[in-house]
Write a protein that binds this ligand. Structure first.
Ligand code: BV8
Ligand code: ZN
Length: 248
């Protein structure tokens, strides 16, 4: 565990020469774009906690409240643009032979920034899935009208998002675990590392000898295990890491 406030030589040495790099991002990378994080003060909505609303039970019990929460978040995300942190990862992807971006975020900002084929472990806030026929469709209307939205088949739509207590898409999780296990460097950006199984990816990477580099504004349960923790905003550190490793 080593905490820094600026890019140390070790990061340049390990990252600039790495063949295989995997990156895991969380809500923190989108914070500077104005997207509320889960466990920050903004994470609250009408005094509900995400863990109370992002569950199949809550949706079963009160689909309108759950949809109102997602409608509020979609409204928050709609005007947000990728920030320097998202863009730095697009630049890094171009410079690394084998690069995999894994995200817990559902805001779509990595794709909007130009990251090719990010592994969106927890789904996408702009996709709906029919509770009847299973059809998945993109719907960017803000605000949603009506709530709850209905499928052509008449059944109610749900967000195409992985809720607490729901299993992740095994293909996506497998791809993420493979990338973490194969990586020379595993970069963990803007996540509290408390949500599983995503939080377990760092262990997969560490067990196979990857160098773990964390970027966060505060220490997390990952910090003791990380080789380097860069304390500070992702939008500040990521462009500097890219500049340091691949000087333009
Ligand atoms: C499952 C979609 C089993 C919703 C989300 C062990 C093994 C397996 C499961 C569990 C387990 N232990 C507990 C569980 C249950 C649960 C879980 O992990 N609970 C937690 C709360 C303890 N896991 C699950 O239920 C998972 N399902 O495993 O099911 C199963 C298996 C088979 C069959 C059936 C069932 C499903 C988890 C997915 C839940 N869905 N999202 C939605 O988005 O609406 S998770 C949700 O939390 C978001 O996706 C979010 O991305 C994610 C993680 O949060 P973070 O991204 O880390 O965000 P957070 O706000 O917490 O932190 C922000 C960080 O950024 C902070 O550290 C902050 O300091 C930092 N930061 C802030 N600003 C900046 C910054 N950093 C840098 N720069 C900045 N500017
Ligand atoms: Zn349908």
């Amino acid at each position: 565990m080593a905490i820094f406030h600026d890019v140390p030589r070790a990061v340049k040495e390990r990252l600039a020469t790495a063949e295989r790099v995997a990156v895991l991002t969380g809500a923190g990378i989108s914070a500077e774009s104005g997207v509320p994080t889960f466990r920050g003060a903004e994470g609250l909505w009408k005094n509900f906690r995400p863990e109370e609303l992002a569950t199949p039970e809550a949706f079963e019990r009160e689909p309108v409240t759950v949809w109102e929460w997602y409608d509020w978040r979609r409204g928050k995300v709609a005007p947000c643009q990728p920030n320097a942190g998202h863009q730095a990862l697009v630049a890094m992807e171009k410079r690394v032979a084998d690069f995999t971006l894994i995200t817990q975020n559902v805001d779509g900002l990595h794709r909007l920034a130009g990251s090719t084929d990010p592994v969106e472990l927890h789904g996408d806030i702009w996709l709906t899935r029919c509770t009847g026929c299973g059809a998945v469709a993109e719907d960017r209307t803000v605000p949603l009208e009506p709530i709850p939205p209905k499928c052509r088949c008449g059944a109610m739509l749900r967000p195409h998002i992985v809720w607490f207590g729901e299993s992740l898409d095994m293909k996506k999780l497998g791809r993420a675990q493979q990338a973490a296990g194969d990586s020379d460097v595993f970069l963990v950006v803007g996540t509290s590392s408390v949500v599983w199984p995503a939080a377990g990816l760092s262990e997969v990477a560490a067990m196979s000898g990857a160098t773990i580099i964390e970027i966060n504004v505060e220490e997390t349960p990952l910090t003791p295990m990380a080789d380097v923790t860069l304390l500070g905003p992702a939008g500040y550190h990521l462009p500097r890491v890219v500049e340091r490793c691949w000087p333009s």
